[in-house]
Every structure is written in C-alpha cells, then in structure tokens.
Design a protein around this ligand. Structure first.
Ligand code: GDD
Length: 260
C-alpha cells in the first residue's frame, strides 16, 4: 500500500473488475505504538490505490474496508452507530481509517468512480490473529483446559463490541460491490457483548471457572479506549437483503472447536 509503483504494476497486469482493499496494520493497540506506520498504510496508502485505479482504469470497482473504530465513542441516542453517526476516532488506527473513508468519498464524487465503503464492526473466525481479544481468550482458555498454562492476562474487560463472523461479513463486502451505485454501509449484527461476557461464555463452555485464571495486565489497556460498539445495519439489509447467519455464541463455538 505504501509503494505506488507496485500497486500500479499489479493493477495493470491483472486489470481486475473489483478490488477489495483489506490491507492494513489493523491492530488498534499497536497503532498507538506505531502511529506513523499505521497512518501510512491505512490512510495514505489508500491514495496510492485510488490514484493507480484512476490512472489505469476508472471502471474498476473498489471496496474500502472502513471500520466501526472510526466512530470512537460517538453513539446515537438509541445506543447504535450507523452511517450518519459522527466520526470521532480515539486511536491512530481510527484516525487513519477516517482519512481513508473521506478520501474514498472524495475520489468517488470528484472522478465519478465506483468506490464503496463497508463500515464493518468487529468480525472474527478461527483464522483471527491471536492478539485480538476473541481468539486470544478462546485459545488461552483451551490452553488452560489442556494444562499448557494456568493464567491469561487481559486488558479492559468492560468494553463492549458488536462481534460478527468474518464469513458473513465477506458476503456483505461482495454484495456491496454488486449494487448499481457506490455507497457506504454499516455492517454489524446489532447485538453487543462485553469482553467479560466473552470470557464467561468461553470458560463456561470448557467447564472452567474464569475467575481462577483471568488476570489483568495494563499493557493490554489502550491510552484512549473505545468503550461501546453496536451497529445498525438497516441500510445494508434494505439494499442487499444481507442477514448474518452466525450469532455471538455459534461464532465462539466454532472458534472453541477449532482450538480444541
Ligand atoms: N487485543 C486485545 N487484547 N484486546 C483486549 C484485551 C487484550 O488482551 N483485553 C481487553 N481487550 C479489549 C480492547 O481494549 C477492546 O476494547 C476489545 O477488547 C476488542 O479488542 P480487539 O479484539 O483488539 O479489537 P478492536 O475492537 O480494537 O479492533 C478490531 O475491530 C475493528 C472494528 O471495530 C480490529 O479488527 C480492527 O482492525 C477493526 O477495524
């Protein structure tokens, strides 16, 4: 994403119909340690992609992976975040994603390009990196169950997230690019759980008492935390018919089975 000539070369070589930009330094906590690098890849890198497409073939459709992290702690009165919710990011990663979101809209309007943003809330699967909280908790609990370790260090357990399954969300990405017109859509389940809920569900599935094993380490806390996320996907559902198939529980069951 930081190398314009490579992007240009690959786009010229393959001349794709659609590009899904999921490239990122995507770890929010890490973005506080690496703010410049994160901004270069997540923010400025998107200009490289947009310029390459604009110069080579403006008909290529672009999906930009925007994020619920862009909302920060801004919540509508009914407790949800949606397309119109003001964006007040609380991390370098979130700030860079807002820049990318805005520049995508700017190129769409200025150059009549097909560029859509999916504003995706957290999405997980067994393939999730183990430094993200879902797979960290699931793998940690299975390791404890198997006797490989006897504690798991975690940061803030009060934060809530709207966790969905990556399989459902990738379908939404594809559906967004099949629409007649480019637009921006929130993709979320509409159900929110705390990190504590995640811990309790996972440990109880393994017949473990979480309170014997979970410890706090401030190194996993963020300098500024995004406290609560819960998304309203009505616009996406209306435009595409998208519905998530997984629930929080079935998603975690799959992850627990995988690590077992
Ligand atoms: N990673 C991590 N590790 N998070 C922890 C821990 C821990 O030990 N303990 C508590 N948490 C809390 C975080 O503070 C945060 O509130 C929540 O668990 C979720 O953290 P992550 O799984 O790291 O995800 P995220 O919400 O910060 O970001 C993910 O979702 C975004 C969509 O909103 C990433 O996938 C981003 O790339 C994505 O844009």
């Amino acid at each position: 994403m930081t190398d314009f000539s490579s992007l240009m070369r690959i786009i010229k070589k393959h001349n794709p119909d659609e590009i899904y930009n999921l490239a990122a330094q995507s770890h929010v906590r890490v973005s506080f340690d690496l703010p410049q690098y994160t901004s270069e890849v997540v923010g400025l890198g998107v200009i490289n992609l947009l310029e390459a497409v604009k110069l080579h073939n403006k008909n290529i459709k672009i999906y930009q992976a925007s994020s619920s992290e862009m909302f920060g702690n801004s919540i509508d009165k009914d407790g949800f975040q949606r397309e119109e919710t003001p964006m007040r990011p609380v991390s370098p990663y979130g700030c860079a994603k807002v820049f990318a979101y805005n520049i995508c809209n700017n190129y769409k309007n200025s150059y009549n390009m097909f560029i859509s943003n999916g504003i995706l809330f957290n999405h997980e699967s067994p393939r999730r990196g183990i430094t993200f909280v879902t797979n960290k908790v699931v793998k940690g609990a299975v390791d404890i169950k198997c006797g490989y370790k006897n504690s798991l260090y975690i940061g803030n357990r009060n934060a809530t997230r709207d966790w969905g399954h990556a399989k459902d969300y990738v379908k939404a990405m594809w559906m967004i690019l099949q629409l007649d017109k480019p637009d921006n859509f929130v993709c979320a389940t509409g159900v929110s759980h705390s990190v504590q809920d995640l811990i309790e569900y996972t440990f109880s599935k393994l017949d473990l008492d979480w309170s014997h094993y979970i410890k706090q380490d401030i190194k996993y806390m963020r300098p500024e935390e995004l406290n609560n996320l819960k998304g309203d996907s009505s616009k996406l559902q209306k435009a595409t018919g998208w519905q998530p198939e997984y629930t929080f529980e079935t998603m975690l069951d799959e992850m627990i089975d995988y690590w077992r």
